[in-house]
Every structure is written in structure tokens, then in C-alpha cells.
Design a binder for this molecule. Structure first.
Ligand SMILES: [Zn+2]
Length: 339
């Protein structure tokens, strides 16, 4: 029996006889309402989460997939178990502890014996929302991208000989291959090398042209239909978009220059990369600077302690991109002549 509140009178009593049907659009919303009280874990001060910068991460709740982040496991875990027990008693929703997994991340946590706990202990990784979460950041690529690449390789090999038209093959890439990669691009913010995208392009080209030589260049196929292409997805662009790289460039330049950049100005900046010099090396440097891929000393010093982040010329200010090319007082004379 349940009660539905009404604004102008007493709550209405309704009989609970059946749930929602399989696939009913109402069911995720109802489930979210029901599971929300479990989020009380966030406000419990005895449960210590993982601190990164100013924020403390304790829990991620997505439908019935729950992820808890905790430090001081010997104190935190009994409290979590008692809260889960109370939640189960009140709501009638029992969490299957045998199916739950515990992953110790740092060395101190790995030394603790968790025999008395009802969780399954995983050594190096667990799956959350279809993503393998590894105990080391460096293993994310191997655990997620390599198995996906293998399964896509297998699928494309099977589909290659099917009688599908060129348009059908491109649509297959758009509707099947792209979403599978895009989900990982969005969920795992790691650096992917150019060779990774070259490998994807190679697999896709072999599928589109059935292992034979390409009849139309990839760059033409990737153009928008209005520009004579077939809108074949460019995976690297999707990767950049998923990681907000464009937004990052824009925001960073706007912050540095303390002025807005209009779409037209940005387009002319991109055009100038290739017009400013006939030297290929200079063009690459321009490209890297515009896209902020050129690593300034300030950026390098964050990874390597032995690197001095100060400017080589004035030896005073930090050598950021903006300082290197514009702000450094030692550049004044040079810029006065040329600008
Ligand atoms: Zn300087």
C-alpha cells in the first residue's frame, strides 16, 4: 500500500499491485526516486571519500549501478555496510553483496585483509557502466580500448564480404562503430596517439573497400554531403569534441588574451596556419601553438620536476605559450619592428 501526496487534501491511498512493464519509460525515473535516499552516504561525515583538489568523491549512482569511493577502509566499510543494511530494511531493496566488488587502489589498502567482508575482492580492475576501471591510470587504455579494437576488427571482418553498398557501409560505421568508440572517448579522458586513429582508419578503409584499394580518398569521404563527401566520421574529431578540446582552446585563449574570439576570427586563424609559411616545419609549429599542443615549459614542469618553468629569455616570468610569443619583455623590440 502506498500514499500519493496531493497539494489540496490528504494523500491518496493507492494499492501497489504491479510494477512497470519491461522497458517502460517511467521505470528509470521511479527507480531514481527510490534509490536517492541511499545517497545519504554523501552527507555522512564518518564515511571518508577520496579527496581530489577541493572536492571529495564518495559515490556515483547510475540506476542500479552504484560506485562508492572510500578512504580509511577499516572505519568506512563497516559504516557503509550498516547504511546499506538499513536502506535494505526500509526500502525492501536488497543490495547483492556477493555480486559487489571491492578494489583496493593504493599499497596501504592492498595490505589489509578483507576476508571478513562479504564483497568479492578484485585485484586490478572492475567494471562500472561498461567501463573497466583499473587501479592504475596507465592500464585504462589496455583494459578498454584494446578489447574494443579487437571486437570491432572481428565484426568488420565478418561484415566485409556482405553485399552492402558504399553508402550502407558508411552508415554502418556511423551507427555501429562510432557510438562504441564515442562512449569510451567520453568516459575515459586519456591521451590517444595518432597511431591509434590511423589504425581505426585502416580497419574502416578495409571494410568500406572490401580489402581492395580505396577508390575515393578518405578526406573526400569525410567531407560533409554539401561539400561533396559522404560524411564518413572522422574519429579524431569526435575524440577532440568528446574531450572538449575545442572548448579548451577557445576558453584558454579567451582567458589569456582577455578578449572574445569570434567564429570568423577563429576561422581565419586556422587558415593562416597553412598560409603563413611555406616551410612544413613552421606550419606544424603554428598548428601546435594554435591547438595548444605545443608544450610550454610551464606545462612540462608539471610532469618533470627537473624542468625550470621560467622563461629562457627574461628568466623572470613563467614560460607559458602567451608569454613565449607575446608578453616576454625581451620580445618588445622584435615585435615593434614586425607589427
Ligand atoms: Zn620572458
Amino acid at each position: 500500500m502506498g500514499y500519493v501526496p496531493k497539494s489540496d487534501s490528504f494523500p491518496v491511498r493507492v494499492g501497489l499491485r504491479c510494477g512497470t512493464r519491461q522497458g517502460c519509460p517511467l521505470s528509470p525515473s521511479l527507480f531514481a526516486l527510490m534509490i536517492e535516499p541511499l545517497a545519504v552516504i554523501r552527507s555522512d561525515s564518518t564515511i571518508k571519500g577520496i579527496r581530489r583538489g577541493e572536492s571529495e568523491h564518495k559515490m556515483s549512482l547510475y540506476a542500479d549501478d552504484t560506485l562508492l569511493n572510500g578512504s580509511e577502509p577499516l572505519k568506512t566499510l563497516p559504516q557503509i555496510l550498516s547504511l546499506l543494511g538499513s536502506f535494505g530494511k526500509i526500502s525492501g531493496y536488497k543490495i547483492n553483496l556477493q555480486k559487489s566488488e571491492l578494489l583496493p587502489i593504493n599499497t596501504a589498502a592492498r595490505l589489509i585483509t578483507f576476508d571478513s567482508l562479504p564483497f568479492k575482492l578484485s585485484k586490478d580492475k572492475f567494471k562500472y557502466l561498461g567501463i573497466w576501471v583499473t587501479n592504475n591510470y596507465k592500464h585504462l587504455y589496455k583494459a578498454n580500448f584494446i578489447p574494443l579494437m579487437d571486437s570491432i576488427k572481428q565484426d568488420l571482418k565478418c561484415w566485409r564480404t556482405l553485399p552492402i553498398s558504399l553508402g550502407g557501409r558508411i552508415n554502418t560505421v556511423k551507427m555501429n562503430i562510432l557510438p562504441r568508440f564515442l562512449y569510451l572517448f567520453q568516459c575515459i579522458p586519456i591521451f590517444l596517439t595518432k597511431s591509434f586513429f590511423l589504425l581505426i582508419d585502416k580497419l574502416i578503409s578495409a571494410f568500406i573497400w572490401n580489402g581492395k584499394n580505396a577508390h575515393i580518398r578518405k578526406s573526400i569521404l569525410q567531407r560533409h554531403r554539401e561539400h561533396g563527401g559522404l560524411s564518413l566520421p572522422n574519429f579524431q574529431y569526435y575524440y577532440w569534441a568528446a574531450n572538449n578540446v575545442m572548448l579548451y582552446w577557445f576558453k584558454s585563449y579567451i582567458e589569456d588574451l582577455a578578449t572574445g574570439i569570434t567564429e570568423d576570427v577563429w576561422q581565419s586563424i586556422l587558415k593562416n596556419i597553412h598560409l603563413s609559411s611555406i616551410c612544413q616545419r613552421h606550419r606544424v609549429i603554428q598548428f601546435k601553438v594554435v591547438h595548444r599542443l605545443h608544450w610550454s615549459k610551464v606545462k612540462l614542469a608539471k610532469f618533470k620536476r627537473e624542468i625550470d618553468p621560467h622563461c629562457d629569455r627574461c628568466e623572470v616570468e613563467p614560460r607559458t605559450l602567451y608569454h613565449m610569443f607575446w608578453l616576454c619583455p625581451k620580445l618588445e623590440d622584435f615585435l615593434e619592428v614586425y607589427i
